[in-house]
Design a protein around this ligand. Structure first.
Ligand code: ADP
Ligand code: ZN
Ligand code: ZN
Length: 668
């Protein structure tokens, strides 16, 4: 018997690496990257071996023995561990919190029965390894050039595939994949999409194109069993294409040769809790680490990526036209609501356009980024409004469900029969959400088949897919939806898009609001006319002369992005400045602010600005007050160095205030 010390990362806050003693027989040496069962705080937990040492600084009487090394599972590769280490360092989180939660649950439970049985099942699995693609359509010259550039790239090659909506970016990815798979019999490709709802469409395309190829999907709606099988298929190199949402960026892919990030501008690539990482940024790091190509695709790239493309750091590949013959971008028209007063939220111009589509048997989409019936109800007699008692927010009226709901703390109440303060029985809904629009449409077009798609209508597993399928089958005349329907979908019979109430975002305090609104409008407009028929987009607005709408009408991303970048440079904002945000929450705002003030005063650093704390715009959520403090620097290394020291100081403050740090925040 020989012995050694295992340094093990555990999924715990604070310092997450612990030493354990391990005795083993010759020939059974433990390896970095293996999972190991260890005692921890009177429980048994699974951790990851991150180092093997001959000595430990921990006093002998404090050291415990590891229980079992999981040698059935091949070790996680060094490079995967390096990715986890990078993410942990960069986002200032303990390694265990980064490395372990991404592994399938069944690998992290103390019992090994499940693991053995899974692994046995896999051994029997066939190894379909035939990457021969079928029915490849002829690419147009711009697509061909892009596909060849991606498929033929060697070494670290970051590329921005800037292609208008409907320009056939998917086909470019697929044919680039075909080139990579044909060249290298082991090659694995990772494809990320921003939303789970977009996986079935792309999965269908990939399966149709590569019938014999093993494809694994990784997203949050898989069952634990499925997740385990798919994760292992990726880890063992058997899955040649892995398609997933942001969490898939942390999967183990020993033969990764190409990364594709579709709709790279999408904010969903940013995780907003726990490890607040950007899957897109990690993907670029991973491609660099592995010296492989990565393609970021979008019709409206993030300003970060656009900036890199302009400066030449990313190679820009352009698709300026729609791929389907005769398909052109939709004509975008503004409907001035000051002149065309809306009824039930719909201007007469939009109603006429809807009527025309119904007569012709074509589909329409109405986009409104607000679910529920009305964002608030109020009493005309005394001025009462439906505030949430726990948040700085309104309770939203959900009429079909007979409920008032807070979208921030999920508080639910029955709709009051009368005003809680004065007893008035005539409470009025104010403003409108998707449910109310649906109701108005139904009254206006009783013969039309109307379908609403939002988070409420698609709560049940599989219901979103069923809804999208019925749109594709042509069983829907008018689709009403939130941003869920705005992205990525290739609806072939849709020729009209109505955008109901985009103005609110024009006056947001968030400096990213116009970038986002522009992207959102271009994306949703891009759902129209994809199969060739002439199409139009009507934008209802009270600010018809706003330059953002002008840019949308001209489909002019280039110039608009240029002007936003100029503003950002002048104002000292990303991508010209690097930021981190410290958030604090406490039952009383004063405590959160006091903590942030102490944090602000705890460290002074050259080239790093620590701003004063301010309450968050939505200050109170679920009876907790929230405040934040912005840290900025023109130098990423300086900011990183500051954060490393700062986090230690913050931990040492042992405050009862809950805090979190976010690097490269999207919402500030
Ligand atoms: P994007 O992702 O750029 O918005 P898609 O990849 O969804 O666009 O393609 C839009 C439509 O164009 C799809 O229906 C697709 O089948 C079609 N398409 C793509 N490439 C070609 C091509 N070379 N010839 C004909 N149709 C194409
Ligand atoms: Zn009242
Ligand atoms: Zn609430």
């Amino acid at each position: 018997m020989a012995h050694c010390f295992l340094q093990v990362a555990l999924d715990t806050p604070l310092n997450s690496c612990f030493d354990y003693r391990w005795e083993y027989e010759a020939g059974a040496e433990p390896v970095v990257g293996q999972l190991v069962l260890v005692p921890f705080a009177r429980r048994e937990v699974v951790g990851l071996i991150v180092a093997i040492k001959e000595n430990s600084e921990v006093p002998v009487d404090k050291l415990k023995d590891a229980i079992a090394v999981r040698s059935q599972l091949s070790p996680l590769p060094e490079r995967w561990l390096a990715l986890a280490r990078f993410a942990a360092d960069y986002y200032q989180r303990p390694l265990g919190e980064v490395a372990l939660p991404g592994l399938p649950k069944n690998l992290r439970v103390p019992k090994t029965v499940a693991l053995d049985r899974a692994l046995k099942k896999l051994a029997k699995d066939a190894h379909p390894h035939d990457p021969a693609p079928s029915n490849m359509p002829a690419l147009n010259p711009a697509q061909q050039e892009a596909a060849d550039a991606i498929g033929g790239a060697l070494g670290f090659a970051p590329m921005l595939l800037y292609g208008v909506t409907g320009s056939g970016k998917t086909e470019v990815y697929l044919q680039a994949c075909a080139q990579v798979l044909a060249r290298d019999p082991d090659a694995q490709i990772l494809i990320l999409v921003p939303e789970i709802n977009l996986t079935p469409q792309l999965e269908g395309n990939i399966r149709a194109r590569f019938p014999g190829l093993m494809l694994a999907t990784l997203h949050s709606s898989l069952s634990e069993g499925e997740r385990m099988l798919h994760w292992l298929a990726a880890h063992q190199g058997r899955a040649r294409i892995v398609l997933g949402t942001r969490l898939a960026i942390l999967s183990s892919l020993p033969h990764l040769r190409l990364i594709v990030i579709d709709e790279e501008h999408d904010p969903s690539y940013k995780q907003q809790e726990g490890l607040r990482y950007s899957a897109r940024d990690l993907a670029v790091w991973r491609a660099h680490q592995l010296a492989i190509p990565i393609v970021l695709g979008s019709a409206t790239p993030s300003l970060e990526s656009w900036h890199h493309a302009q400066s030449g750091r990313y190679r820009k590949l352009e698709l300026r036209e729609r791929a389907v013959r005769d398909a052109v971008l939709p004509a975008v028209k503004l409907v001035d609501l000051e002149r065309d007063r809306p009824k039930d939220g719909l201007s007469s111009a939009l109603v006429a356009a809807l009527r025309q589509r119904l007569d012709r048997g074509e589909q329409s989409l109405l986009f409104l980024n607000r679910r529920g019936y009305a964002p608030v109800i109020c009493c005309d007699a005394c001025g009462w409004i439906s505030n949430c008692t726990r948040c700085t927010a309104f309770m939203v009226l959900h009429r079909p469900e007979h409920r008032l709901r807070c979208h921030h703390c999920s508080l639910e109440l029955r709709i009051p029969r009368h005003c809680p303060t004065c007893g008035n029985v005539d409470l009025q809904p104010l403003g409108r959400g998707t449910q109310r629009v649906e109701e108005g449409l139904q009254a206006m077009f009783p013969e039309a088949r109307i379908l609403r798609i939002d988070a409420d209508s698609t709560r049940l597993k599989g219901s979103a897919q069923a809804a999208f399928d019925s749109v594709h089958r042509g069983e829907v005349d008018i689709l009403v939806g939130t941003q869920m329907v705005a992205k990525g979908h290739d609806f072939k019979k849709l020729t009209l898009v109505g955008i109901l109430n985009p103005d609110t975002a024009l006056f947001s305090q968030d400096y990213r609001a116009s970038e986002r609104l522009f992207a959102q409008l271009m994306q949703v407009a891009g759902r129209a006319g994809r199969a060739g028929a002439a199409s139009e987009v009507l934008v209802q607005t009270r600010y018809a002369s706003h330059p953002l709408y002008g840019a949308v009408m001209r489909h002019d991303y280039d110039r608009f992005a240029g002007s936003l970048l100029a503003e950002r440079r002048q104002a000292g904002l990303p991508p010209y400045m690097y930021q981190a945000l410290l958030r604090a929450e406490a039952p009383a705002l004063a405590d959160a602010i006091a903590f942030l003030e102490a944090a602000r005063d705890s460290l002074v650093f050259e080239a790093v600005t620590v701003n004063d704390p301010i309450p968050m715009t939505m200050t109170r959520v679920h009876n907790v007050d929230r405040a934040q403090l912005l840290v900025e620097s023109g130098s990423r290394p300086a900011l990183q160095a500051f954060l490393r020291e700062w986090v230690e100081l913050l931990r040492a403050m042992k405050s009862r205030v809950r805090w979190s740090l976010e690097v490269d925040p999207l919402d500030i």
